[in-house]
Design a protein around this ligand. Sequence first.
Ligand SMILES: [Zn+2]
Length: 298
Amino acid sequence: MKKTKFNRINTIFCTVASLSLLAACSSNDETTITESASALEATDLQITDFNAQCSYVDGNWSSTAFLNTTMINTTQTNFIYAQNNKIASVFGQSAVTLKMVHDNSNPSSTYNAISYSNPKKIYFGEAIYVAALNKGQIVPAMILAHEFGHQLQYTYNLPSKPEATARPNELEADGFAGYYMKRPTGYNATWEQAGPGFEFAYAIGDNNTTSPGHHGTPSQRRSAARLGWYLGDYALSASDFDYNFFYYYNNVLTGSYRTTTPERINPKIDAFIKSKMSELQKIKSGEISAEEFTKLQD
Ligand SMILES: [Zn+2]
């Protein structure tokens, strides 16, 4: 009897697996499969039910959206999964689940990337991936690093300086992306490579400063990425990054910093970042234009 039962479940898993290919949905997910398998022991679950459950992503995506683990093509799949591992390792973490969201009936609805806290996962929309890739191979990696920055926030309960809107969360995620792009153990990019990518990502900034979803203005996002980029010269834990980031972004950059530097700030980092303050202030104020931003020195 036991064997029969085993075979039955095994068959179901195979069915789910082949349906997954069909629906291009790699099991959203284990839960769905587990529930379905146990449900089958009690009743006869119809295959159409699997299909329906399999196609639906969640309320953040259109009803016709579906998931896939292939990111555009084999080259991109290999690239972005390697990046996913690398980004995590730079911050001493394990990679989180990464999937692509497609929507054949409404392709532009996938112009988004979302970082989820529970369970930890990142869903990368096909439309934004393609648009990013058009600006260069580095750009999808940059977006992924930003999303992983949100994962670090979930893990370490960051940002340490919350506000009424998502602004500090978003600016810090931009900073994490800047940091990753610069780190020798990370993307190890030059500014010539990274600058135009940031410009693509941060042109998406908004000016709805009181909206809960406010991401920071484009010039704030540029300055956050550039600050993160400079911090990338130093190996920092996620929490130390957070401390340094907000020390400079919220205090030093606004000119309201104390004359004595807090103990937690490394004097070497302090001297270096302060030497870049005038530039960072000009980026933040918009005095350095988007165009000039992309052409800054390393
Ligand atoms: Zn974000």
